[in-house]
Design a protein around this ligand. Sequence first.
Ligand SMILES: C[S@@+](CC[C@H](N)C(=O)[O-])C[C@H]1O[C@@H](n2cnc3c(N)ncnc32)[C@H](O)[C@@H]1O
Length: 348
Amino acid sequence: MGTAPRPALDMDKLNAFIGKFVTDLGAAVHTGMVVIGEKLGLYKALATEAMSSAELAAKTQTDERYVREWLASQTAGGYVTYDEKTHKFSLSEEQAFALAQEDSPAYLPGAFELALGSLAAVPRIADSFRTGAGMGWHEHDDGVFHGCEKFFRPGYAANLVSSWIPALQEVQQKLVEGARVADVGCGKGASTLLMAKAFPKSRFFGFDYHEKSIEGARESAKREGVADRVTFEVAKAKEYPGKNYDFVAVFDCLHDMGDPIGSAAHVLQSLSKDGTWMIVEPFANDQLKDNLNPVGRVYYSFSTLLCTPCSQGQLESCGSGLLLFLDAAVYAVFTVPGGGSLPRRASR
Ligand SMILES: C[S@@+](CC[C@H](N)C(=O)[O-])C[C@H]1O[C@@H](n2cnc3c(N)ncnc32)[C@H](O)[C@@H]1O
């Protein structure tokens, strides 16, 4: 039996593919560069004025030789601007907005911290491909928890109080007057704390099964002066305590749960009669063919390392019956990196 001859390589297609590889390889190692830049305050220092590598090193108390190399990588990647006449480096307004302003809605370094933390799980996840075993959120590198909070918080700060909550029927009024709110799967509590600061007459309960995140959330509540109206507790989405919540929210975590339908049933029984549930989830199309774009690649890759292993690790008994939703006001918000939709009513 002869083997069929392989078709000749199309050199143009091969070169295009190699070009893509070089871009991706640079982006992969660039992840570490951004984390270093943020950790050492290099972006923030550069945002103040144009500097040589020596000036930046002096200002940030770092070693000039390392800083010079870092600056070169940043400039080649388009994250830093270089003036070849003065040999000084700076950030444009847009670079500073995304890399040096922690309160900007497009603050990006958290995403790289999240990516770097997730990649630490690669050896274990490779094993999981053979065994199907899960890996809980709590088993990841700390960078995952910090990066997640850092990356998601600016989006919540830009949208949650100013546009998502006002778009929900009657919820804003209830929160202003004093409501009971549960934030389920709250992580380090960024969304809970933003709501607590905006609605001082309401009482907030943040739940997450991850102890370390809850500890961090409690510390933030104290630091931000809202510990009197916010309680953070370790609890699973299917078991959190309390009833008669006027508003329950889940931010970017329903898809991480092994039994989202069981969690939904628990939310329903915890809501007051006219309560509202808001589900915030990353936007994706239903069909693979419609997600084959850069955002789809980001989502599927994070999902392989974080979300799928998390839910795989929780596959106990799964509930059933989405019809349960029909008796509650359910709204869905779909986010994309750097933005999101307004809440859309998903039930009667
Ligand atoms: C992607 S993080 C989102 C955290 C937070 N809501 C935010 O938006 O920053 C997913 C969170 O879901 C939590 N989680 C996963 N499964 C859970 C479950 N069954 N019950 C409660 N929390 C869960 C994880 O511990 C993690 O904090």
